[in-house]
Design a protein around this ligand. Structure first.
Ligand code: ADP
Ligand code: MG
Length: 709
């Protein structure tokens, strides 16, 4: 038997290996152990007659050893025969110790757990669990928990640790009566029940988590999550941001007049929503709380709109409002290439207008270094650069804004949770702006499913562009096995003959940049050979920035017919004449990534096609993804299916944080509970702030930070 673990944090003595393993699993405090729930259960509450033990199911039987010998059958093995009143059973051990033989000596009574099978020599169990008993040894009264664990942490040790923690931890009800939905047990009852379900408890309800004890835990977790969101929201509401209003005849009006198209109704609507946030004056009550400034709560808005719906113009118009009001705007994108796409467009639209006002646009990315960077940094600091475009380099510590009024993040789903936190921190601590925070606008083409909007993004206001600019034709998606590659290449020739352009996308495997490059290079060579007389270009992450820009310029200018690219083109590329996209190894891409890629075609009036080439055999989720792509072009539907296939953690970019955000509740399944938690949180926080704090502390501790992101 392993030694009983001591309270994990009580002793300064050196920690044992299992203790360290336990901490590695995040099981440091008693409450952590109490919330470490079983994966499954073993039933030691019953003993079946050997004759009744079904084949291939875990059972417990009991008998007396009638025979015990070592056999040499291929391999040395211990073979033991036990018998009860109903039948006999062989126990077979390929690995065994002298202690096995001692416990399993002829005449001993043993209780045995395992799966019986009918073998050549009769019924047998291979490597069963066993223990010596006498005729009066009581049966377990509860199911035996089997916990998720690691190699260094024996199950028996963990069981004892959890049981000890459960006995110690104060599981008093911190929630006032009426908070928890009726019919659910107390937290203590729920945990006792889940760790040690009484004999006869429904395994099915425990396993599918519909059991009331599970419901209680899920509700607790969701409530903690809602409370911490609310707290973050309250905190944010105390902040003040500048009031930004467009000036009659100013940059905003000039930009609108200069656009080569009419805004869609949806663009106009979201533009007004954003302008209202930016231009809001402080309410009387809020002004009292921050008497030294005349601002209102900073905007915290998410602009969602499908690929191609025209978010960039909306961002540019918001930037123009900020600049009109005499403030700077920062626009950030996750990759340099995307940032550059924005830059090009915005320069085209805004630069002449800004130049007339004696202002400029600054460009900050990781690859811009030395003098060029220093010059840009100076312009930002002096305020001459009214607009700053770039990657996260924009928020580096060495960059200081004269008057940052608005920060815009594009494709925000591609920023990890940690990056979003860093941005918040940076924006909040900008020196020279002690009193005022910038407004924040985030943009995404991956719409947030309702359940997520209610949880992690509850603190965001959401604007949606639900309409594409006129004249677009939906993209037709076809899925082919890689054997059809030849046919696809022939199709490229047809398309190019019609004066159209083609993307060919190769996957990027993060761990092996080298193989990707090889893959893209080979495909490039194959296409160049198969399409004589056509300009076939190659674009990948290893190219120097200048070369990348040159390749893109050739493709955008129509000189290049076919562009082979790794996923660097994933977002932001805009070539309306491109009508065919081939995605190689489509099975390796995530669903939202495929959707984003596909959005690169169908930008003009011509009918466009997206071909997904896959290499079989496909995994079930791979199949689901490709099917979803073929069945719909609706970004909302794609996002819904993505959530179904992958779960919310990955959706949020939480993978980088290495931390699943919800352990017990499942957003797809537990929407009704989520709604209850959402309703319960505000009155709880208002009337019982102490209880709310205690509840969040019990549940979220270190996670609370991430939930604010
Ligand atoms: P996304 O929402 O994917 O970022 P973009 O902002 O890149 O989309 O816009 C896609 C294309 O549509 C661009 O070429 C853009 O200039 C064009 N566009 C945007 N709004 C309109 C509009 N109202 N009418 C016509 N074209 C538009
Ligand atoms: Mg965009």
């Amino acid at each position: 038997m392993p030694p009983a673990p001591s309270a994990p944090d009580s002793s300064p003595r050196e920690k044992s290996a299992p203790q360290r393993a336990m901490e590695k699993l995040g099981l440091a405090r008693d409450i952590d152990l109490a919330l470490h729930l079983p994966l499954r259960y073993e039933d030691e509450t019953r003993v079946l007659p050997i004759a009744d033990a079904p084949d291939g199911e875990p059972v417990q039987v009991e008998g007396v050893v009638t025979e015990s010998r070592i056999e040499q059958r291929g391999r040395r093995q211990l073979v033991v025969r036990i018998a009860d009143a109903s039948d006999a059973l062989l126990l077979r051990f390929l690995n065994f110790y002298p202690s096995h033989q001692k416990t399993l000596a002829v005449g001993a009574r043993v209780r045995v757990r395992g799966e019986a099978r009918s073998g050549f020599f009769g019924r047998e169990m291979v490597h069963p669990h066993f223990k010596a008993v006498d005729a009066h040894t009581p049966l377990a009264t509860a199911l035996t928990p089997v916990y998720p664990t690691s190699a260094q942490l024996p199950q028996a040790y963990l069981r004892k640790a959890v049981a000890a923690a459960l006995a110690r931890v104060p599981l008093d009800e911190v929630l006032p009566p009426g908070t928890v939905p009726p019919g659910l047990p107390t937290l203590r009852e729920a945990l006792m029940r889940l760790h040690h379900p009484p004999a006869g408890e429904s395994m099915a309800a425990l396993e599918d988590r519909s059991h009331p004890a599970w419901q209680r835990l899920k509700f607790e977790e969701l409530l903690a999550q809602q409370l911490s969101q609310l707290a973050a929201q309250r905190e944010r509401q105390r902040l003040r941001a500048p009031q930004l209003r467009a000036v009659p005849g100013g940059l905003h009006e000039q930009l609108l007049a200069a656009l080569p198209f009419q805004l869609t109704a949806a663009q106009r609507r979201v533009g007004e929503e954003i302008a209202a946030d930016l231009g809001r004056a402080a309410s009387a009550a809020a002004a009292g709380a921050a008497a030294d400034s005349d601002g209102a709560t900073p905007m915290n808005r998410l602009l969602q709109g499908d690929v191609g719906s025209g978010k960039t113009v909306v961002a540019a118009l918001a930037a123009a409002v900020a600049i009109d009001a005499g403030w700077q705007c920062a626009l950030m994108a996750p990759t340099e290439l995307l940032a550059e796409q924005h830059f090009r467009k915005l320069v085209q639209w805004l630069e002449p207008l800004l130049a007339a006002r004696g202002q400029s646009i600054a460009w900050l990315t990781g690859s811009r270094k030395g003098k060029a960077r220093a010059l840009m940094v100076d312009k930002v600091a002096s305020g001459e650069a009214a607009l700053v475009v770039g990657t996260q380099a924009v928020i580096q510590d060495s960059v200081h804004f004269a008057r940052l009024g608005l920060a815009i993040i594009d494709e925000q789903h591609r920023f990890g949770v940690a990056q979003r936190l860093e941005l918040r921190r940076k924006l909040a601590h900008e020196p020279g702006q002690p009193a005022l925070e910038p407004h924040l606008l985030m943009m995404t083409a991956t719409p947030i499913p309702r359940t997520l909007a209610m949880t992690y993004f509850a603190d965001l206001d959401v604007s949606t562009i639900d309409e594409l600019p006129p004249g677009r034709t939906p993209v037709l998606t076809k899925v082919f096995a890689d054997e059809r590659r030849g046919t696809v290449i022939a199709r490229i020739a047809d398309e190019v003959a019609k004066g159209r352009q083609v993307y060919w996308v190769c996957p990027l495997i993060e761990e092996s940049e080298h193989i990707d490059l090889q893959n893209a290079t080979e495909t490039h060579a194959q296409l160049s050979a198969a399409l004589p007389g056509m300009v076939v270009g190659l674009l990948h992450g290893r190219l120097p920035a200048a070369e990348k820009a040159a390749v893109m310029a050739q493709f955008a200018g129509g000189v290049m017919a076919v562009l082979v690219a790794t996923t660097v083109i994933e977002v932001g590329v805009d070539v309306p004449n491109a009508s065919l996209m081939v995605i190689e190894h489509a099975e390796r891409f995530g669903l939202s990534q495929l959707h984003q890629l596909r959005g690169r075609v169908g930008r003009g009036a011509v009918a466009s096609v997206c071909v997904l080439l896959y290499q079989g055999p496909l995994s079930p989720t791979g199949k689901d993804r490709l099917r979803a792509m073929a069945e719909t072009t609706d970004g909302f539907e794609i996002a819904r299916r993505d959530l179904e296939i992958r779960g919310p953690g990955e959706f949020m970019g939480a993978r980088q944080s290495g931390d699943a955000l919800l352990r017990f509740a499942d957003l797809a399944e537990d929407a009704p509970l989520l709604q209850r938690a959402r309703d319960a949180a505000p009155p709880l926080l208002a009337r019982h702030p102490g209880a709310a704090r205690a509840h969040v502390a019990r549940w979220l501790y270190t996670r609370a930070d991430f939930l604010k992101a």
